[in-house]
Design a binder for this molecule. Structure first.
Ligand SMILES: [Zn+2]
Ligand SMILES: [Zn+2]
Ligand SMILES: [Zn+2]
Length: 306
């Protein structure tokens, strides 16, 4: 149930990242307007509040995307949909790189806390609450939204940022696959434990959220199982992916695009032993990038001359 670009349209492109907006944002906007109390004098302020919420989510997602790039990962698009934004990031498969790519999102909200607190205090002390009550209420609402988003995102429930941070931390100790298994089980159990609360509240929004988390925990668990099988395949020494630096898998795992047979490209120097086809690039199973085989070679360490 992860959002796809289907049903969304491109808003703009910044730092080489395409930003898409999902149509459901408009439905949620209308619903929210209907359920709001009378905090503002006119609807314009609700509009402003909504646009600001949108901007905060966008900044959060840019935090993820730019952090991912800074560690050599890929980040090309952000889709904004009502359960928050999704930055499509592919950090290199190292726990430190993954951890930084995830932490950078909530970090944006952390930075915003003192900024918004200062703005809120300023408008309270300056007597703005009386002279411009709508602006004062708006700043307070934004302050609350930012804090709410931060706390919610840091819940250690996969696939929320907190749950992914938990995964990256577990990865350091237990490895990628087992770390993900533990994180998805914790996330799933946490949501199941909250079922009485969700039913008690009767809020349809909470049902959607619980379902979304459970489904993603299940998908994460399945992915972790696949990763565990993948981790047991021996690795080949002497080569490393030029992009993510991981050693290639050993075995007849590459499929020839011409004859369809499998072979070990690192043993045959990128030539299919069945039909003789030569391949100019070799794909990495870890990061998905394709680079010429020559770039995969790790230069032999030459002892320094004394
Ligand atoms: Zn995030
Ligand atoms: Zn790679
Ligand atoms: Zn072939």
């Amino acid at each position: 149930m992860m959002p796809t670009r289907q049903g969304s349209f491109r808003l703009f492109r910044l730092f080489g990242i395409n930003v898409f907006l999902h149509w459901s944002w408009f439905v949620i906007a209308v619903i929210r307007l209907q359920y709001h109390g009378l905090e503002y004098g006119s609807y314009v302020w609700y509009g402003l509040e909504y646009v600001t919420l949108f901007l905060i989510v966008l900044l959060h997602e840019f935090g993820h995307a730019l952090a991912c790039r800074s560690v050599g990962g890929q980040a090309q698009q952000i889709v904004l949909w009502p359960l928050g934004g999704v930055a499509y990031v592919a950090p290199p498969p190292r726990p430190g790189a993954v951890l930084w790519s995830i932490v950078a999102g909530p970090l944006v909200n952390v930075v915003l806390v003192p900024v918004l607190t200062a703005a809120s205090v300023l408008t309270s002390s300056g007597g703005w609450a009386d002279s411009v009550p709508n602006l004062h209420a708006l700043i307070h609402a934004i302050w609350l939204m930012n804090l709410g988003l931060l706390i919610f995102n840091l819940l250690p429930i996969y696939p929320l940022d907190g749950g992914k941070i938990l995964w990256a931390l577990l990865w350091f100790v237990f490895g990628r696959a087992r770390g993900l298994m533990i994180a998805t089980v914790i996330g799933g159990l946490a949501v199941l434990a909250m079922v009485p609360l969700v039913v008690g509240q009767g809020d349809p929004w909470l049902y959607v959220l619980a379902g979304f988390i459970l489904l993603n925990c299940w998908k994460g668990w399945v992915e972790a199982r696949a990763l565990a099988r993948f981790e047991n395949i021996p690795r080949c020494d002497g080569f490393a992916c030029p992009v993510c630096k991981s050693k290639p898998l050993r075995g007849a795992l590459w499929r020839c695009g011409k004859c369809g047979q499998s072979f070990d490209t690192f043993e045959t120097n990128a030539v299919c032993p069945h039909c003789g086809a030569q391949f100019s690039t070799t794909a990495c199973f870890d990061c998905g990038n394709s680079r010429p085989l020559g770039e995969w070679l790790i230069p032999a360490v030459v002892p320094p001359k004394l």
